[in-house]
Design a protein around this ligand. Structure first.
Ligand SMILES: [Zn+2]
Length: 166
């Protein structure tokens, strides 16, 4: 859809759908939509979209959750009120510090794993590579030895094991 064939931009149609276009502009846009199939489709899509957005906004915070949040905030408010450490605060503090300790130990373990796992994988790769190079070297030596004995290179790996196979 190009703006040359339609006297209204999609933004204007959006504004019209939201009911925020000026009255005279809205009238001529509505007249155009009556004649233009493309703009009718666009307006219908935008209307559906704005309806979805409206209903989505209503559902942002479910009531039970917002109730819980309010309750939690109120509880927190009463908890922080006493300045000189109420029984509640004294009982909660060790629990919090234990949680923090567990969390920091866990974070430390994750940190060590994050560093050591790639290193382990890398060293495993190095070992495998060295093993492959060693096998090829052995094979090469065996082939040369075979050549010295039989005047030609082994036709297959099995020939190295049993020269009768040839
Ligand atoms: Zn149009």
């Amino acid at each position: 859809m190009s703006t040359t064939t339609h006297p209204f931009t999609p933004e204007e149609i959006m504004t019209f759908v939201d009911g925020e276009l000026s009255a005279d502009r809205a009238q001529s846009l509505s007249a155009h939509i009556d004649q233009c199939a493309e703009c009718t489709v666009l307006a219908t899509e935008l209307r559906g979209l704005s309806r979805q957005m409206a209903s989505w906004e209503v559902e942002i915070v479910p009531k039970p959750l917002s109730g819980q949040v309010t309750a939690a905030t109120q509880k927190k408010g009463t908890k922080t009120k006493p300045l000189f450490g109420s029984v509640l605060n004294q009982r909660r503090l060790p629990a919090l510090s234990l949680t923090l300790k567990v969390a920091s130990v866990f974070a430390g373990v994750l940190f060590v794993l994050a560093i050591s796992v790639p290193n382990l994988l890398r060293s495993r790769m190095a070992v495998n590579e060295a093993s492959a190079v060693g096998s090829l070297r052995t094979l090469s030596t065996a082939a040369v030895t075979y050549f010295d004995s039989y005047g030609h290179y082994p036709p297959s790996l099995r020939a190295l094991d049993d020269p009768q196979v040839a």
